[in-house]
Design a protein around this ligand. Structure first.
Ligand SMILES: [Zn+2]
Length: 277
């Protein structure tokens, strides 16, 4: 079987499990291989139609096993939750339960809920599409170019060019992540600190709180509003955020009115390779 055929077969297998467990009809869910960028997969609803997109580039690389065994259940868990919102939404604990039941990496699903007790928690996406959370101390080192991380188990590399978002603050998990623009520099990396799995000091699994709105001037200094919007769209895509949540994030980051944020989305979607709404 080709890698694509393997992914499709895995989808059919997980669809069958999901149908048995949650009585959802997944027969019409589209499976596409047209995703570009850092995201391994993406689940989406357009009107009454559901579909998943996988990163064709990651079919050929070391990321393939991850896509097959984790991204497939991860994205299908999103579809199941979209079809039956009482099960969960976004990356909350309900969604994580569905993900684990469908054979996704429960540890990873669980880790997505962990935030540091002190300061801001950042979630980075590695070169192979894995996510990893860091404290603000480590985040500052990464952003200063003083540290890069190679995740254990072949889970890819993280450096200052990696997509990342704010997922928690002072022990609370944000209802929606605040997407940050990744640095676009390609300067040589100064130090490589191999990660021991990051030791979490104190953490709590907090109740969702309203997202903190990032001030454009501080978060995105020097970036054009269009490039900020593109970064948000791409990272929102990675995280399976809804179109409306992405628009809201663009408005918060750029100061655009809703209409202008929508127009910006439409104009930039083809540039980052995501569907125009
Ligand atoms: Zn997701």
């Amino acid at each position: 079987m080709t890698p694509r055929e393997q992914i499709i077969a895995k989808c059919q297998e997980v669809f069958a499990t999901a149908t048995r467990l949650y009585s959802v009809d997944l027969t019409a869910v589209g499976i596409h291989f047209d995703l570009v960028g850092r995201a391994a997969g993406y689940a989406c609803r357009r009107g009454t139609r559901y579909y998943m997109r996988f990163n064709n580039d990651m079919m050929k690389r070391e990321a393939f096993d991850h896509v097959l065994n984790n991204t497939v259940p991860h994205e299908i868990a999103h579809i199941v939750c979209m079809m039956n919102p009482s099960l969960g939404r976004s990356h909350n604990s309900g969604w994580a339960r569905v993900c684990a039941q469908l054979g996704g990496n429960a540890e990873r699903c669980h880790k997505e809920d962990v935030v540091y007790g002190k300061g801001t928690t950042y979630e980075y996406t590695s070169s192979t599409g894995h996510t990893h959370r860091f404290s603000q101390v480590i985040h500052r080192k990464i952003q200063a170019g003083l540290a890069t991380y190679t995740l254990k188990g072949g889970k890819g590399r993280i450096d200052r060019t990696s997509a990342h978002s704010v997922v928690g603050h002072q022990g609370r998990t944000l209802a929606e992540p605040i997407v940050k623009k990744a640095a676009t520099v390609t300067a040589p990396v100064q130090a490589v600190i191999p990660t021991a799995p990051v030791r979490l000091p104190t953490f709590h699994i907090g109740a969702p709180v309203a997202p903190v709105v990032a001030k454009p001037a501080t978060s995105f200094a020097g970036a054009s509003k269009a490039s900020i919007a593109r970064a948000i769209m791409l990272a929102g895509h990675t995280r399976g955020m809804s179109y409306e949540d992405v628009i809201t994030a663009i408005m918060a980051a750029t100061g655009h009115e809703r209409q202008l944020a929508r127009a910006t989305y439409k104009a930039n979607a083809p540039k980052v390779g995501i569907p125009v709404q």
